[in-house]
Design a protein around this ligand. Structure first.
Ligand code: CA
Length: 230
């Protein structure tokens, strides 16, 4: 997910960029309306965060120019003015949503997710404890450190994460991850689980991948069988 942030206050811009990057978004910035518009025209963004009060060209002018030229990238307006008039103006000119400054960062994230979902651009980020999986960039991180996974390992982890805290059987995994309609009867799944466990859990205090002997596997911050937190 690639976001363009057009914001002239350096401090605010840095804060938003850092927070979004931690959520797995790739963020490009522009500090005035003119550069913001130029970057937005490259069409390389899934979403634009557009401040209203900007030097050179204000957010509304940028919004109008982009929309009248057929740039359809979803835009979330950031406005320090809470005047209803401004908001209506923004939405009238084709902004998807607006947020009044100051805002809580979680509120911004929720609005972004909601717009991307509506636009069918959902990044689908799975989280469990400090493990994060972005199914769009196909990147996994633990405590912010990127984990190098093969395509199959990623698919296996994705399936476990989608069903987190739930026991999944070998049959399920062979069908959903390998595409076999039967238990392959080999230890291939165990081998992959072991690889994954090494990459995900080794060196971490909290083990996430669990085995229920003879039944299957699950991913959870808790050992569900014994109820401990290890
Ligand atoms: Ca501003």
């Amino acid at each position: 997910m690639h976001i363009l942030l057009v914001e002239d206050e350096a401090k605010v811009s840095r804060f938003i960029k850092k927070g979004l990057a931690a959520e797995g978004y790739e963020v490009d910035t522009a500090a005035d309306g003119k550069i913001g518009e130029q970057k937005a025209r490259s069409g390389d963004f899934d979403l634009i965060l557009l401040d209203v009060l900007l030097p050179i060209k204000d957010g509304f002018e940028v919004l109008r120019a982009l929309r009248s030229d057929g740039v359809r990238t979803p835009i979330l307006m950031l406005t320090a003015r809470s005047a209803a008039e401004d908001i209506v103006q923004g939405l009238d000119h084709g902004a998807e949503d607006y947020l009044t400054k100051p805002f809580a960062f979680n509120e911004l994230l929720a609005r972004i997710r909601s717009i991307l979902r509506r636009e069918g651009r959902s990044p689908t980020i799975h989280r469990l404890a400090d493990l994060q999986l972005n199914t769009l960039t196909r990147k996994a991180t633990r405590s912010g450190t990127v984990i190098d996974l093969t395509a199959r390992e990623f698919s296996l982890l994705e399936y476990l994460m989608r069903n987190s805290r739930t026991l999944v059987t070998r049959q399920q995994l062979s069908k959903e991850v390998w595409g076999f309609n039967f238990d392959p009867g080999t230890n291939i799944i165990d081998v992959y689980i072991n690889h994954l466990r090494k990459k995900i859990d080794q060196g971490s205090e909290k083990k996430l991948i669990h085995t229920e002997r003879g039944k299957g596997y699950y991913i959870s911050e808790k050992d569900l069988a014994r109820g401990s937190t290890k």
